[in-house]
Design a protein around this ligand. Structure first.
Ligand code: GDP
Ligand code: GDP
Length: 435
């Protein structure tokens, strides 16, 4: 299931990021940040009432050297391309300006659902300021104050009302995977290498809502769907090189996939952007394979692969469960080996273990390495079970979750992995107080 996308647009200083933070801070549960991955917070997942969606602050997508006008145009284009619902923010203190009118015309043409939010209406005295915005022609303006938290609930209600119906597009027996990574790492080349040799069942089907182009193919009786990440590339090179935009595309693809191939350039090595992308793959709870591409360019001896692997394990500590494959999209070296990895990781991501066997493992783990005192008490685990898959999630019923030390949790995770083999998938362990 891929979540609907809500984008915030508007001129600088109207309060977009204040609104984003307000919505995120109060109403949205942000996914846990991965240690060692720093980033600007311009995307968040969340829920309001019964619906969940992704929120984007397009104001955070900037290109050095662009003037305000170009920036706003680009941000609005990205919002139109990506979002199901657009929140158009204007400044109720300063009144309508030329940028507002420009953006309004773009949004009108796009035919996307738009909510016009007039911000900085901190009290009733400014209420009359909102009326001039009717002239923008993008619907009734609603008054909000992002910094005071006024009107935010109504705004969220309106967002939910306009979100498209959720569709479960998962097809039984089909493995959906995507290739993510920074520009020029070889995503298109590897996609072509993968598809080149296989029977493509249907290609270039335009996706329903988001204009994505997925490709379905079959290999050894298994159906696969490659989720497209190209997005606005077709509209010009410029967007592709904006890091935040390419991460945004990657996030959409991750969301729609069962397995993520995180591409690294074997020739140039790991850079910060790779860590961002990989961090998102990890947080999504999907199966992950680390793919070192351009291996043909690397001058090798018998130790090179080992050394590179060691380095990658250091760079991506949080992905220690992910298998690594070294290949070349150009020469096709080892490209064939990717299918068995995708399949394995897919199966592990949806593996269920028996409760009785799981509890045996818990008992053995504690016998081998008893818990010690932490946070004023000693952890006692009564029993546990697996509550979900994708990723496999386990609940441990304990005397007090506060007593669970991070390192003991880590130890349990390792014991579980040793016993059940969850290679390629994150697993979640949640301690809960037994009533
Ligand atoms: P952005 O550039 O559109 O993301 O705008 P910011 O969120 O950075 O806000 C610009 C300025 O407007 C900041 O100084 C905010 O504190 C202020 N601001 C944002 N929302 C409100 C509001 O509801 N009322 C008032 N009075 N100021 C606000
Ligand atoms: P994308 O932006 O991630 O889709 O990257 P592309 O697939 O467009 O590749 C970027 C450049 O790297 C192109 O010039 C490719 O020919 C080159 N490239 C991709 N994979 C390999 C590889 O395995 N070996 C070599 N030598 N070049 C590659």
């Amino acid at each position: 299931m891929s979540r609907a996308v809500v984008a915030i647009v508007g001129s600088p200083n109207v309060g977009k990021s204040t609104l984003f933070n307000r919505i995120v801070g109060e109403r949205i549960s942000i996914v846990e940040d991965t240690p060692g991955v720093t980033r600007d917070r311009i995307y968040a997942n969340g829920t309001w009432l019964t619906r969940s969606f992704r929120l984007i602050d397009t104001g955070g997508i900037e290109v050095a050297g662009q003037d305000f006008g170009e920036q706003i145009k680009m941000q609005a284009e990205i919002a139109i391309e990506e979002a199901d619902v657009i929140v158009f923010v204007a400044n109720g203190r300063e009144g309508m300006n030329a940028d507002d009118q420009y953006v309004a015309r773009m949004l009108q043409r796009s035919k996307k659902p738009v909510i016009l939010a007039i911000n900085k209406i901190d009290d009733q005295a400014f209420m009359n300021n909102i009326y001039e915005f009717y002239a923008l022609g993008v619907g009734d303006p609603i008054a909000i104050s992002s910094s005071h938290g006024i009107g935010i609930g109504d705004l969220l209600d309106k967002i939910i009302e306009l979100l498209p119906e959720e569709v479960d597009d998962h097809v039984e027996g089909e493995i959906r995977f995507s290739l993510i990574g920074r520009p020029n790492v070889g995503k298109s080349s590897l996609t072509n290498a993968i598809l080149g040799e296989e029977r493509v069942i249907v290609s270039d089907i335009a996706g329903t809502t988001r204009d994505a182009v997925d490709t379905l193919f079959e290999k050894d009786g298994q159906k696969y769907r490659v989720v497209d990440t190209a997005g606005m590339r077709k509209k010009g090179k410029i967007y592709e090189n904006i890091e935040k935009y390419s991460i945004l595309r990657a996030l959409s693809a991750i969301e729609k996939s069962d397995v993520i191939l995180v591409l690294i350039d074997g020739d140039t090595g790991v850079i910060e952007q790779d860590r961002h992308v990989a961090g998102y793959a990890h947080e999504a709870g999907k199966g992950v394979v680390l793919v070192v591409n351009k291996w043909d360019l690397v001058t090798k001896d018998e130790k090179t692969m080992q050394k590179m692997e060691k380095k990658l394990r250091e760079e991506f500590k949080y992905l220690d469960y992910a298998p690594i494959i070294f290949l070349s999209a150009k020469t096709h070296q080892r490209v064939q080996n990717i299918f068995s990895l995708i399949q394995m990781v897919y199966e592990n991501n949806r593996k269920r273990v028996q409760t009785s066997v799981f509890n045996d493992v818990l008992i053995d783990a504690q016998a081998m390495n008893p818990t010690t005192s932490f946070n004023g008490g000693r952890l006692k685990i009564y029993y546990g079970n697996q509550v979900s898959i994708c990723p496999p999630t386990f609940i441990l019923f304990v005397n007090d979750p506060e007593y669970l030390h991070f390192s003991y949790k880590r130890y349990l995770e390792n014991r579980i992995r040793d016993s059940f083999g969850f290679e390629g998938t994150p697993i979640h362990i949640i301690a809960r107080k037994r009533d």
